[in-house]
Write a protein that binds this ligand. Structure first.
Ligand code: HEC
Ligand code: HEC
Length: 191
């Protein structure tokens, strides 16, 4: 009996130790992510998004949508299914606490001008420059233009069946040129 108690105490001690270890090692998990997303989660471009400083709620939600198959992604779905819900929550908290670093990039002045006009319709949710104002909305200012364009195209395309219906509705109103233009506009807001 005593031996059994001792063993179970040992086992729960080991469990505690291993969960504490997992919590401590978020930075270690993040190394894998940074292989693609860049040092500190700031991407070197161009179809690869920066993820540092995105809101925690958005990060967690998007990763859980990939994991549960609600949201398609050629790159992230299989990868994220290897992480536990706890690890996903820890990664979301970790990246949200890093600073958002708008990246300087070359943009087309004519498209930026058109994009500024078109994004007036988006400002209710994305602000004037794409700076996130709530937990569910990602920052767009100084994100890579090519990435923003690819994502906007996914929201517009029924084949992707993106779960956020408000964004689907907004994207469906945009022509190909306007999609390019809004991406260039937000990308140019790199302050
Ligand atoms: C093999 C390269 C690769 C690795 C490793 C990787 N990602 Fe990604 N990730 C991508 C690509 C490419 C995209 C662009 C969107 C897509 O393909 O769906 C992306 C998109 C994202 C986004 C969406 C950003 C936004 O603005 O909406 C988040 C969040 C993200 N990844 C988090 C992570 C985390 C956390 C890890 C580590 C557990 C990770 N990624 C590992 C390639 C990678
Ligand atoms: C009703 C609020 C709302 C409106 C209006 C809206 N957005 Fe969004 N947008 C969001 C939310 C919320 C997300 C994140 C959605 C998700 O989780 O899939 C998003 C995501 C995006 C993304 C993807 C960013 C990334 O990092 O993956 C782009 C690009 C974007 N919006 C552009 C626009 C443009 C351009 C317009 C105007 C034509 C617009 N949005 C209008 C709320 C809105």
């Amino acid at each position: 009996m005593q031996k059994a108690l001792l063993l179970s105490a040992l086992a729960s001690g080991l469990l505690l130790a291993s969960s504490a270890h997992a919590e401590l090692n978020v930075a270690g998990l993040a190394n894998t992510c940074n292989n693609c997303h860049g040092t500190g989660g700031v991407s070197a471009g161009e179809s690869m998004p920066s993820i540092a400083g995105l809101p925690e709620g958005y990060l967690k939600n998007i990763m859980m949508e990939w994991k549960t198959g609600k949201r398609p992604s050629a790159n992230m779905t299989r990868l994220i299914s290897g992480y536990s819900d706890e690890e996903i929550a820890a990664l979301a908290a970790y990246y949200s606490k890093l600073p958002w670093m708008p990246v300087k990039q070359k943009t087309d002045a004519k498209l930026v001008k058109l994009g500024k006009k078109v994004t007036e319709k988006c400002a209710g949710c994305h602000g004037d420059t794409g700076k996130s104002e709530d937990a569910d909305t990602p920052s767009l200012h100084g994100q890579w233009s090519q990435y923003l364009q690819l994502e906007a195209l996914k929201y517009r395309d029924d084949a992707f069946n993106m779960p956020n219906k408000q964004m689907v509705k907004a994207a469906k109103k945009l022509s190909d040129e306007e999609i390019k233009a809004v991406a260039e506009f937000y990308a140019s807001q790199n302050k």
